[in-house]
Structure formats: structure tokens, C-alpha cells
Design a protein around this ligand. Sequence first.
Ligand code: GLC
Length: 581
Amino acid sequence: MVPNVSDPSSIGTVAQDGTAHLAGIAQWWRDAAIYQVYLRSFADGDGDGIGDLRGVRDRLDYLADLGIDAIWLTPWYPSPMADAGYDIADYRDIDPVFGSLADADALIAEAHQRGIRIIIDVVPNHCSDRHPWFQAALAAAPRSPERSRFWFRPGRGPGGDLPPNNWVSHFGGPAWTRVTEPDGRPGQWYLHLFAPQQPDFNWANAQVREEFLSVLRFWLDRGVDGVRIDSAAILVKDPFLADVEHELPPQNVHAPAQQSPDTEPLHPYTDRDGIHEIYREWRRVADSYPGGRVLIGEIWLPDPRRFALYLRPNEMHSAFNFEFLRCAWDAVALRRTIDDTLAAHAPVGAPASWVLSNHDVTRHVTRYGRADTTFDFAERHHGDPLDLELGTRRARAAALLTLALPGSVYVYQGEELGLWEVEDLPDAVRQDPMWHRTGGADPGRDGCRVPLPWSGTSAPFGFSPAGAAARPWLPQPATWSDYTVEAQSEDPTSMLELYRAALRLRRDQPALRSEREPLRWIAAEPGVLAFRRGDEFACVINLSDAPVELPENDSVLLSSDPLHGELLAPDTAVWLRLRGR
Ligand code: GLC
């Protein structure tokens, strides 16, 4: 079968030779639907209560049937798991809890056979304190080449008892830890913008740069289709390690004060201009491979113009649109965010991306069920009054909004099941360093990482194989018996069937997959968002508190909840085929 490069709808059809088929469509990422697999919590193949690669391989048909184009897998590398795998001890292997390199190779091949691409997570800002380079640095002397791959500095104050500067860890507490020197004396301090077990690399060091180019090649050689770049905007540090002048809220991950694209950024580690040359080097490596290998950045920046600089044609292909995720369920705010996003991406020629949830944020069913529907790390509204039914209705409407916007879209595992944030986990089972390092002041991220319910009526709901000795690593709510894949399949009113139908239609509607069909707003009443893609497709979302009339149309393609005649109820969205013009 010869892939039809100009026809994006051919993405995902299964060719006899999956790999050759995939290689033909280099621009696949511009409008892909990408499913985030949070590996520990997706499916447990070996019965130890932790998700693994066997589990993903066993569920590839589920993902193919859902209608996604690619999977992004959270880190699979050997790790002491101080931050659930974002503390990597070896960038070229797989942690035994997840499987082996052979499993990774098999997963890549089996996914490709189904027309699904594989994106892996690469963490360049920091490694694990168990990484051989950090171990060597601890054993070496101050100012040694081993220490210069990290940020070791003497302390301030008498005896060097104070950290070298005032930086604060994103997980709470100081961003510096003091080491004991090999001779037993209290010694230098090292920088960790996250947990102490995650020492920051020094990206001014040429060996660090070379090492990551080699890591990229290692995985691209094995056939991965892209990398998601963790904490991508904070690699480059002020060489003088100046104090942060305007302290950020500790959990407001990576967000500096608003900066103009024309001025030198003021922040000592976020979004410094020198970072762009790193990604230009990475892009040259990615472009040296066939088949469209992509770089996707985790970039939390409030200024869309600074954000877009990372998406220039010789840098990353795409980045997560967190301003959309953070936005309130409000027509004016959403329209402004959508317009700002599209306006910022257009000059650099990059497609927009649309994200509602991930493994770091409160699940959106829960966010949308509260009085304050925004997301902010500094204020998670944990425990505030919650209307799950309202949150679910809005999440259904949000799915149709998101899947109709131009660009790529992310689905975080479990969002297609309508799962909510599990906020009543017992303290004893919580594992997130955010929870521990803030002394419980921050609820942390365990609540959005609870293992998926697949089947059956009691825990582990098919997450682990029948008869598994271990229980899931986080307990699942008993009420998830109604939310399993099995319970929702073929129920036309379920969230799962809504996602399946929407993803299928998104593939089949040329207007939704074509960049030639930009978003065009249609005049609508206050509180209503309505837009066209092409002449025949429209999406209308009612965010007001009264029913509204549908625009003139030929037929209803899909609605997030049942329609009442020609009326669209509050917090409902609809996809329409318009009258031919
Ligand atoms: C990113 C990841 C998050 C992790 C942090 C440190 O923000 O998404 O899960 O804790 O980086 O690696």
C-alpha cells in the first residue's frame, strides 16, 4: 500500500507494512490526536500492581479502536521513582518494573502495525541522584570536571551553611541540598529545581549537550516517532545564579513574570534566550531521520509570544498549550485564549495544540465542577464544593470543543472514561513528592494518577490480571465500577462512546483535519461559542445558563448531551453539518 501523503485521513489506516506506511506521512503531527499513557497507571501486565509495557501492548487494540494517532508514554527508564520516573538513572534502558528494551521494541513495532506512533518522554533538565554522572560528582572534588556537569556551589554565610541563592524547589523547600564531601566534612551544595533526588544538569557543559544528542539518536534509531521534552523551558541557568527577585509561588511551575519578546528575560532560569540553540541542535538530529520525528515541549509560559519562539521552524514541532488547560469554563476567556493561541502560532507556521488534562493537573471533570474552573498549581481548590455531574457535562462539551479546533489534540488516559480527580486518597498511600515536601499543604498529583478501571465490578477493575497478588499502587474508588471500559462500551450515553464517535468523525471530516480550513467564528449570543471549519462543519458550545437555538443546519453530527428539538442546553456542545452553500 502506498501512503497518500496529501490525505491526512489516511493516517492510522493499517498497512501491511506498518513502518513503511508511517514513514510516508511526515506532517502527521500537525493534526494528530495523541493519547497520553501514564505508564504506572494504564494497565498492569505482570500483576505487581504497577502498569507496564506488557499492559500497553495488550491494550493497543483498545487505543486503535478509540481512534488516536499516537501515544505519548511517560518515562519508562530505570529510576528509583523518587518522582514517579522523572528521576532517570539510565537514559538508554527500561526500568524492570515496566519491562525490558525488548518490550519497548515490541511495543514500537506493534503500535506501528496499527498505524499508531510512539512518543517517549525525555527529561533533560535533571537526572536521578543515582545516575552514574551524579554518583561520580559526589565522589569527586569541588570544581572537578565531574561536578561541572551539575550545579555545585559553596554555601553562603559563615561556614557555608546557607544555600547559594534563594531559589525554591517546584516541589517546596529550597532548591539546594548540601553534600558531605568524601572526607566527611560538610561541603558544597547542588541545585535541584525539583526534588533533592533530581539534580539539575549544567547545560553550559558540552558533555551534557553531547550526551542528550546521543540519547535522542539512541531512541530515534529504535524507531520512536517523537519525544516529549520535560520541563523544556528551564534548562539554561544564569551563570551567576542570581537570586530570583520576584519570588514565584513555589508550585507555579516554571512561570516567570510576563516578559516582552524583545527584552532579555529577567528570570535566572526560566525561558532564557540561550535555550533556543539547544533545541535547534535537537531539531537537526530529529530532521536527519525519515518519517517525521517530532519534538514536543512541556513549556509553561504565560506569554504566547515567548512560547511561540520555541516553535520556530528550526526548533520544536509543537508544545503543550497550557493556557488553554488553565482557562476558565467561560465563553469570553476561552475565545480569547483560542484567538491568542492561533495568533501566536501563525507567524511561526506551527500548529496549535489543545490539552485539557495531564498527569500533573487536577482532572478537568473535577475542575469544571467547581465555582472556580481555572487551573493553577498555587491554588488547587482541593476540597472545595464540587458538582461532579456539572463537571462531567462540561467535560463532554469541552471534548467536542477541543476536538474541533485546528491543530493537534491530547487525550490524557481516563479522560475518555470521564474519570475525576480522586481527592480522598488516604494520606498513607500518597506518593507524590509535592505532597510530602509541602507537608501535605499541597495535595499533589496522585489524585489524577489512579490506575484505570477496565472491567469487572470491583477493584482492581481489570487493571491487573485476574488473581494478581498485588493491589494497584493507588486504590481505585469503588464507584468506578460504572466507569470501566467494559461498562461504557456500547452505551451510547457514555463518555467513552462520545470520545470514540468524536475521534472517528474528526478523522472522517476533511475540514477538521485540514489546515486549509481555519477556524472562523460565527456570530452567537453572549455565552455561546460558535465556529466553522470549512463551509459545511460547525461547532457550537453553550456556556451560558439558558438554552439557545441552534444555527440553521442540515444535520446534527454529534452532540455532547441529548438535544431538545432545536435547542442547545447549557454546558452542551454540538457538531453540525451546515446547509450546503
Ligand atoms: C514535569 C513533569 C512532572 C515532573 C516534573 C519534573 O513537569 O510533567 O510530572 O514531576 O517535570 O520532572
